[in-house]
Write a protein that binds this ligand. Structure first.
Ligand code: GLP
Length: 241
């Protein structure tokens, strides 16, 4: 894993944007894997700014998001469909029909999971996957204990994950208990992975990732086996390393 150390959130976001934009210039029709949460928000802001100032185009880009809450309507402000439209898609020239987020309302969720993986593979796989990390080492919504061989699947969210994400909801009760997430195997098939880690709340996870063993109890640890991972981490996240 290649680790880039930066000062703070703003520098992390700027570095990530530079990396993504230069990859995009190399391959205009790239397949981008996208993440939600607070971490990539600054990156998306930078992409929007660059699109406005320098005209970088996303016309030929296809995107696949990592996850979505089960039972949440796309127009619900807490859905990841809504997050992506609001944080990025509505502000760049990407063709919305080329943006994909798992359908949390699918009648047969297992079928939706299969369809999602197939769709990614039929598009030739993900060229660059953006990842954040949960405090317990989760990636996407792959909680500790998830098999490293998991394809896209339905998960029951850990209480700690629901609490961490409750800041976006009116109360903890409103946070869904299940999600559809791209599996660890699906994520590992990405040709390249960019993991963003910022803030003191992630310092323990950062320490575990660098010093711990590869174990399903800490899902992000599998990234050590991927041949092309870059981590951009800020000083607070690196405080315990
Ligand atoms: C959620 C998302 C993950 C994200 C994680 C960390 O659970 N499903 O994809 O990486 O939270 O979120 P944040 O960046 O807000 O700390």
């Amino acid at each position: 894993m290649n680790i880039i150390q930066v000062k703070n959130y703003s520098e992390m976001s700027a570095k990530a944007a530079d990396m993504l934009i230069s990859k995009l210039h190399e391959k205009l029709n790239m397949n981008l894997g996208l993440a939600t949460g607070g971490t990539p928000k600054g990156l998306y802001d930078r992409l929007i700014q660059d699109h406005k100032e320098h005209g970088t185009s996303y016309k030929h880009v296809t995107s696949f998001n990592l996850d979505e809450y089960v039972g949440m309507k796309p127009q619900d402000p807490n859905s990841y469909h809504y997050y992506m439209a609001d944080a990025l898609f509505n502000h760049i020239d990407i063709d919305v029909s080329n943006t994909h987020v798992p359908n949390g309302l699918a009648d047969t969720p297992e079928e939706e999971c299969r369809r999602y993986d197939e769709m990614i593979q039929n598009h030739g796989g993900i060229d660059l996957q953006i990842l954040g990390i949960g405090q317990n080492g989760h990636i996407g919504f792959n909680e500790p204990g998830t098999s490293f061989n998991s394809p896209t699947h339905i998960v029951t969210l850990e209480e700690s994950t629901r609490k961490a994400n409750a800041r976006y909801f009116n109360s903890l009760d409103e946070v869904p208990t299940q999600a559809i997430t791209m599996g660890i195997e699906s994520i590992m098939k990405s040709k390249e992975i960019l993991l963003l880690i910022s803030g003191e709340a992630k310092a323990e996870a950062m320490y575990q990732l660098l010093n711990g063993e590869i174990t399903e109890d800490f899902p992000a640890s599998i990234l050590k086996k991927h041949h092309c991972v870059t981590i951009i981490a800020d000083q607070e996240a690196l405080a315990k390393v």
